[in-house]
Design a protein around this ligand. Sequence first.
Ligand SMILES: [Zn+2]
Ligand SMILES: [Zn+2]
Length: 322
Amino acid sequence: MNKPYSILLYYCYTPIADPEEFREQHHLMCLELNLLGRIIVSKEGLNGTVSGLKEDCEKYMELMHADPRFAKIDFKVDESEGHAFTKMHVRTKSEIVHSGLLHIDPNARTGKHLEPKEFRDMKDRDDVVVLDVRSDYEYNVGRFKNAVTLDIENFREFPEKVAELKEKYKDKKILTYCTGGIKCEKASAFLLEQGFEDVYQLHGGIIKYGKEAGGEDFEGKCYVFDNRVAVDVNSVNPKVISTCYVCGTEDDRMVNCANPVCNLHVAICEKCGWELEGACSTECKGHPEKRPYDGTGYYQKEMNGYNPLKGFNRKKKNDVQV
Ligand SMILES: [Zn+2]
Ligand SMILES: [Zn+2]
């Protein structure tokens, strides 16, 4: 670990009595530590991904762990050459991941947590089904070998798919996984509620599995929600599973289409990238709003009007000095 920045991925299901008040304090703390990223706060807990200088991230983790509500947070830490975000948002929502399963409390009951190596040793057994609870654009970039995937564009569609799963896999052991573990908390709890008996979840998700089990049998890349777009996790038996959206050759270079109206998220090879100037089609290449291509395929969101203190109550705004 010798890059100057860290990227943290974490969540915690824990009661937060006054999410709005917490949000304000937390937002200030993040600004003081010069962190950037996205944090969602709700009555049921918090879900975050932030980047910052390594020492600032360490301070953040220390402060969080000192709060009894967050003492159990298992931070996934990646190193980075720079920030992975351009803004700092801390928002309150009704759930820390939108699932529509408001009645489910993972602290009361959830699938058994498997550590990465336990998951690796169990996933190929005949009585086991490995279930990817993420959305289509995520597993299309990478997933576990032989995983069952769901035809969903958003996690809130997950509950609708469970009846189908029940018909096929009712008597199997179900091993769920997602990016960092958070979706599995409610997904596995919901499977138990719906009558599945043996439900497990990959603790810390694909990201932790990459660090602790070498990412073995994870094929492709892991989609992430920061400017890295997708990261490598498999150092044991990596495999490219995606093909260039334009020419069809095997390639896993993820880009956003340079046409902001399209913004399609696909693999496009180096050669096609330059030919189409970062667009996914000649149509998009000719679009009047097409963004200039710098070879990365990543585009900063509009910074116009961004105010790091946006969201603070008016009364607070006067006391806050930044
Ligand atoms: Zn190509
Ligand atoms: Zn496009």
